[in-house]
Write a new protein. Structure first.
Length: 233
């Protein structure tokens, strides 16, 4: 007589276990995929926000650069009051809007007792945001985009926030004299040929830190230069 063992039942149990394991792995993979989608979207928000902040800060600092360039074009070496807060905010808001963001805060500073304003810091917030999942499961995982009724500042939403600092770096300039009269300006070894050329001589770049002093935009003087025909030496 041949005795058969109960292999059918064990095979069936093994098959069910494998099925449950396959379902569990599938659910885990879906969960990981959803996490990556949301994390990726959040990273995109941060990236877009930083791009907007960088552009806004450079634009605001460009106002100080342009004021300095006008002074150089007029044969004057600029020493103070380069930044105009109203012009700077307008420029920053323009570039923030082009990058889908709004300006939250902007301030100028320098390392010259607050008299120059050659460093500008801008904080922005993107208009787009990501809606967070709800614990009660009332929001589908793919329901991430905010609507007009959603508040980007609410705890249920995540928006892109970023800040950037831009600095205006002036070239080394000195007056060129013809006899006892000023005949022009030389900056970094180049004679200033006009406003556009002066702009090229002034560097505007992103930096990591603000100046020591908050800018105090008092007075209207943008530059100091010796009187025409007067040799300071």
């Amino acid at each position: 007589m041949t005795i058969r063992t109960g292999t059918c039942g064990s095979n069936r149990d093994s098959g069910q276990a494998n099925l449950f394991m396959l379902i569990g792995l599938t659910i885990s993979l879906i969960a990981i995929l959803l996490l990556f989608v949301r994390v990726g979207n959040a990273n995109n928000l941060r990236s877009d926000a930083q791009t907007a902040a960088d552009a806004s800060a450079l634009a605001a600092a460009g106002v100080a650069r342009d004021h300095a360039a006008r002074a150089l074009a007029d044969d004057e070496i600029p020493y103070s009051r380069l930044y105009d807060p109203a012009e700077g905010r307008t420029a920053a808001e323009h570039y923030a809007a082009q990058n889908g963001a709004t300006v939250e805060q902007i301030r100028a500073s320098d390392d010259s007792q607050g008299n120059v304003g050659n460093i500008v810091r801008v904080e922005i917030q993107t208009k787009s945001c990501q809606r967070e999942l709800q614990k009660d499961g009332s929001r589908h995982w793919s329901d991430a985009a905010c609507t007009e009724s959603d508040d980007p500042d609410a705890e249920t939403s995540h928006s892109g926030n970023a800040s950037a600092i831009a600095e205006v770096v002036m070239p080394e300039c000195e007056y060129a004299f013809g006899g006892s009269e000023i005949v022009g300006l030389t900056c970094d070894g180049e004679q200033v040929q006009g406003f556009a050329h002066a702009q090229q001589l002034i560097d505007v770049r992103l930096t990591d830190s603000e100046g020591k002093y908050i800018y105090k935009p008092l007075g209207n003087a943008l530059a100091f230069a010796p009187s025409r025909g007067e040799n300071p030496s």
